[in-house]
Design a protein around this ligand. Structure first.
Ligand code: SAH
Length: 197
């Protein structure tokens, strides 16, 4: 089964997308659509992102095999598995406990040993494990949570959708260069809202 990923050029990202079995992250009633290029419900009002967007955001992170990566919004764990293929350590935070538990189990069964989970509000990032070479946020806040700026290493990349909770958002990539953040706009996207406890 092949995903349609036209526009994604990074061969390592494409290889990871080929390797990770998306059907393992999709609930049984949506299995028929596991390899279609669209988001699917994973329960609790949340979704596993569209494969093209997963690939695009991963490509923008410019991961090296030695990198430590933070993900906010573990959801099904699919994006975390893709990151685990390309980086050294993945730290992922999920606000809904049941989703975190299920995603952690899925990754364990698939044999990923370099992903650590935390249940909680990703607004605060994961201070103890910072700094990170890359941070990806897979739910949309209106603005970048300030702790995430602080937890990014120099030269680090932050990929995040920003915009109103029920509308269309903009996908941003920020690269930390000393005291500055260089911003790039990567177009319109639609994500589930970033929620607070
Ligand atoms: N990356 C996921 C996509 C999940 S959808 C995947 O590959 O399946 C976004 C997830 O972000 C949801 O599970 C939602 O519960 C979670 N989320 C929303 N606000 C959050 C917050 N403040 N902290 C942590 N997770 C959050």
């Amino acid at each position: 089964m092949r995903l349609k990923l036209s526009g994604i050029r990074d061969k390592k990202v494409l290889a990871a997308m080929e390797k990770v079995p998306r059907h393992e992250f999709v609930p049984e009633e949506h299995l028929f659509a596991a390899y279609e290029d669209r988001p699917l419900p994973i329960g609790h009002g949340q979704t596993i992102s569209q494969p093209y967007i997963v690939a695009l955001m991963t490509e923008l992170l410019e991961l090296k095999k030695s990198d430590r990566v933070l993900e906010i919004g573990a959801g099904s764990g699919y994006q975390a598995a893709i990151l685990a293929e390309l980086a050294k350590n993945v730290y992922t935070v999920e606000i809904i406990e049941e989703l975190a538990a299920k995603a952690e189990k899925t990754l364990r069964v698939l044999g990923y040993e370099n992903v650590k989970f935390k249940t909680g509000d990703g607004f605060f990032g994961w201070q103890e494990e910072s700094p990170f070479a890359a941070i990806i946020v897979t739910a949309a806040p209106e603005e970048v949570p300030p702790p995430l700026w602080e937890q990014l290493a120099d030269g680090g990349r932050l990929v995040i959708p920003l915009g109103p909770p029920q509308g269309v958002q903009t996908l941003w990539k920020y690269t930390k260069q000393g005291e500055e953040f260089v911003a790039e706009n990567h177009g319109l996207v639609r994500f589930v809202p970033f929620t607070r406890k």
